[in-house]
Ligand binder design. Sequence first.
Ligand code: NAP
Ligand code: ZN
Ligand code: ZN
Length: 347
Amino acid sequence: MIETKAYAAQNEQTPLAPWTFERRDVGPHDVQFDILYCGVCHSDLHQIRNDWFPGIFPMVPGHEIVGRVVKVGDHVTKFKVGDLAGTGCLVDSCRVCENCKSDLEQYCLNGGSYTYNSTEQDKVTPTYGGYSNTIVVNEDFVLHVSEKLDLAAVAPLLCAGITTYSPLRHWKVGKGTKLAVLGLGGLGHMGVKFGVAFGADVTVLSTSPKKEADAKKLGAHHFVVTTDEEQVKAAANSFDFILDTVSAEHDFNMYLGMLRTNGTHICVGLPSKAMEIAPFAVVGGRKSVAGSSIGGIAETQEMLDFCAEHNIVSDIEMIDIKDINAAYERMEKGDVKYRFVINMATL
Ligand code: NAP
Ligand code: ZN
Ligand code: ZN
């Protein structure tokens, strides 16, 4: 077994604190990589707080993981020692269901193995995430990372990146599309970058007027302050798609009014509570409410390669691991520019 240093929550009320545990030895199809950087996703906070479902504790969050390979199993063909490597939200899946066979492991019908707060495919062994010094993952769920990009700023691509890339590709957002990105946080700022890169006309919908200059710097063409009634009124019937990255309760019906006829409101944000949709808000204008979860492994690799080719990374604030609890407090207030990344050398 591999002695592993980490930060963990012992239950849903305690802050994260140092913890050690054992990872499995490197099996024939496994890659072990030492973690250099790990992004901080709002899902980490939802899960240590039991926002979605009762979690598996102790919990080591972190699913935006990059580092360098230190060991590979005998049968590994895709990686060698010294390579850069990344892992996102998934570490395994059943491999045999129709979704797994169609490169949609994120929708595995038999239950995928998530990187933490989940179990391996034996459905018993808990998984532990990237707020740790090293990780062992089956090679099929390890991604290649370009040496060309700033590695710390690549980490958030493994979740925030793929979660916004995948729906924009699925719904063919591009030239001639009017896209609104709702919420300018970790996911939102990547949604803006991809929307712009794909050629869409991009508007940021935000509760934070002070983010306007940043939104424009990220490439957004327009900015709407959603707490300003006049601006909301002026944005009626404007967008083909709203990419909704909001982490807390919000009024769907107000945003549905901003969609054009046949428009689609794509949920990627995962507030814990169910929200009301007025039938009138979707009936008038034949509107859709849809959702999307991360992306499959092949599409995640495609996204990483696209980012290397187009020089796209996340805008980050680097933190020491000891400051993780303070970072969560800031993230809850929407005060991040635009993703915290933990420098794992400080563990
Ligand atoms: P984040 O960095 O905290 O960003 C969320 C943004 O939402 C904030 O910056 C804020 O933007 C806006 N917001 C927050 N509270 C709001 C409210 N009450 N009303 C309106 N807007 C509000 O979080 P993140 O890491 O991007 O994650 C966003 C959500 O996506 C989380 O729920 C997370 O769990 C989920 N997620 C889903 C997937 C998936 O596969 N579907 C993957 C990753 C994360 P403004 O200041 O601009 O208003
Ligand atoms: Zn995430
Ligand atoms: Zn499956």
